[in-house]
Design a protein around this ligand. Sequence first.
Ligand code: FES
Ligand code: FES
Length: 317
Amino acid sequence: MSFIPVLIISLILLVITILLSIADRLLVNYGECKITVHQEGEAREFTVEGGGFLHSDLTSHDINITSSCAGKASCGYCKVRLLSGGGEILPTEEIFMSREENRSGMRLACQVKVKEDIEVFIPDFLTTVRGIVKNKTFDPKLRWKFIKDGRDSFSTEAAITKIAPDDKEKVEAILEEYSGAPGAIVPILQRIDTTFRYLPEPVLRLTSKAIDMPLSEIYRVATFYNAFSLEPRGKYIINICLGTACHVKGASDILSTFERELGITMGETTEDKLFTLEAVMCIGCCGLAPVLKINDDIHGLMTKKKVLKLIKQYKEA
Ligand code: FES
Ligand code: FES
């Protein structure tokens, strides 16, 4: 199949888009627009020539707002909440928003055209990250491939003070162990995850400062590997195998028994922080299907009755 007609059509569309945006810029005069920005408890106000995009207007006024796709609506990091102005959300933005975000006026700053006065709230980047992870409103194939210049707009010091002295000592010992070992971020995160059973945000900030690595880069690694969690997990991580052999032998019944007995669903942690329910695709013990793993212990030939016994046993341990 020849790609030439496709290429020509794409070029024509590109030219039309460019001409339309130039015409829009030249022929439609939106006049001066006032932008009011609320960020980190402070408010700022400035005026811009209408017709540009909110993201560029913010960055050109030294407002910190994260982006990795240079305004192409493909990273979802430039989320802001519009308090007034900005028009209707575009379909290109909607794919990045949970229903709740959509309802609350969240927009991608790079897609908001400034045609009138706008009042905007810029959330902390990590709040945005947590929302994206929770709602899975990101492209899992791209998985946080973002290149950032190292400019992190987070108040590291304030967060670090939230770490309990004992925990700080533990983290410092881990960091000390890997000092002088460039590229050791994965083992460092593994050790932190094992120590705290997840990656606490203040600890990641401390790590970022200690090893001089942008926090955004640390989050890129942290969210790439399924083994890491950004949410607190239970003392016992129950990994239920849902691979083919286990599935055939009734793994879904085992899963629903755990869900019913613990009152949580897959990916959740019990309120007492004792159990977290997770799934794996094969743990290499297919002969013992259905199989599950609780921390490092394998339990095979599972039945519903055995589930009840296991829960009791670990609760009493
Ligand atoms: S800058 Fe990437 S979505 Fe807006
Ligand atoms: S499929 Fe479950 S252990 Fe292999």
